[in-house]
Design a binder for this molecule. Sequence first.
Ligand code: CAA
Ligand code: NAD
Length: 376
Amino acid sequence: FARGMATSAVRMAAIKNVTVIGGGLMGAGIAQVAAQTGHSVIIVDQTQEILKQSRASIEKSVSRVSKKKFKEDANAGMEFVKKTISRITINTNAEESVKEADLVIEAIVENLDVKKELFGRLDKVAKPSTIFASNTSSLPITDIASSVERRDKFGGLHFFNPVPVMKLVEIVDDHIKNKGGILKVAITQRTDLSAAPARQHYMSFLDEEKGRRSNKQRTQREKNVMDELQELRRKKRRIETDMDELLKSANSDDTYNSLMSFSEALGKTPVTCKDTPGFIVNRLLVPYLVEAVRLVERGDASPRDVDVAMKLGAGYPMGPFELLDYVGLDTTKFIMDGWHEKFPDNPLFNTSEKINKLVEEGKFGVKTGEGFYSYR
Ligand code: CAA
Ligand code: NAD
């Protein structure tokens, strides 16, 4: 069940129209990068006011990108900004905004029920060919995808903050591989159950029967063999039904390949990983960030000193407290609470009192003007 990149690429239509749901930190960044690379983009959020803020933050960020990209040619830079902005429209109506989409990327609040409700609605109105992707940091893609019929067209596409700068995209692929595995098993079993061994079994029974005298004995033996054959036929039918179900979604390889090509078209480097908590980066990064908070909670050092230490001693571009404020303490809390609930015995996923308190006070970090540090 090897993934046929070349064959699929032929069948795959390139993604042109992208709808990004959620115009916050991540959604705005994803929309920007998609527009910068020639895609037509609609951003959806709850209010016009939020969407205007998204647009303003994109304008600021595209200008930074253009200054770097077109150092020597200010006119080309201005043209780049103008073209990028002109490819983006904003809308508060999600259903209306996905009608023409080739790809819908969800970047709303990190809450399973809210994400499922959204995708459930969109599944009814988007074209059957539209691919759905979630930018979730920590929720299982398979759980989110359970809200839609198009499970074969559902993937995890995880970007990093700030999206215009960070080169990585994680593509979550587990449910596709699982299907491949199940299909393989089904094919093997089907081969085992093929008509040949069953017929052979029946023939040898008939041979044996020639030598038997008692009718009663023969009837019982015959009944057993017939029951066995019937059970085999039932098994075979069940497997065929399962296989039909699986084959309906067998073009998941196309979804994976489309997401790979799309990430590359954005100028990003995609990596693939299983549908496992935190995928690669967050599984390592988030426990490290929260461990830094616990270090400070124990009174071992100040946030400032921890940040200086990790930047100068470990070469990180930001210290853990700067990064927590940058990612958003609300998002970090959603991630930790979800993992803690699922894996209560893993101390790495224990919640932090300090983060809980800051979130309760509305101090989410850079986006609200205050978190561990003040940005006012
Ligand atoms: N838009 C466009 N360009 C931006 C930008 C933005 N939002 N932010 C920074 N830049 C550009 C700057 O213009 C600058 O460009 P030049 O090289 O031309 O000067 C360059 O990036 C570097 O920026 P700065 O000089 O302002 O600051 P810096 O050197 O400290 O870099 C940073 C900023 C790239 C954010 C860097 O600090 C960094 O890499 N921090 C760590 C970020 C990180 O770990 N992100 C992952 C978070 S986890 C996550 O996202 C997953 C999750 O699910 C929670
Ligand atoms: P954010 O709070 O900055 O933005 C979320 C946006 O979604 C808000 O503007 C909100 O109004 C909007 N929204 C909420 N519910 C909505 C709905 N039903 N319909 C339309 N819009 C809705 O959050 P963020 O940091 O951009 O995170 C978004 C997603 O990306 C989360 O799943 C998060 O885990 C993930 N993520 C975050 C980071 C990060 O560093 N912050 C990195 C990678 C992935």
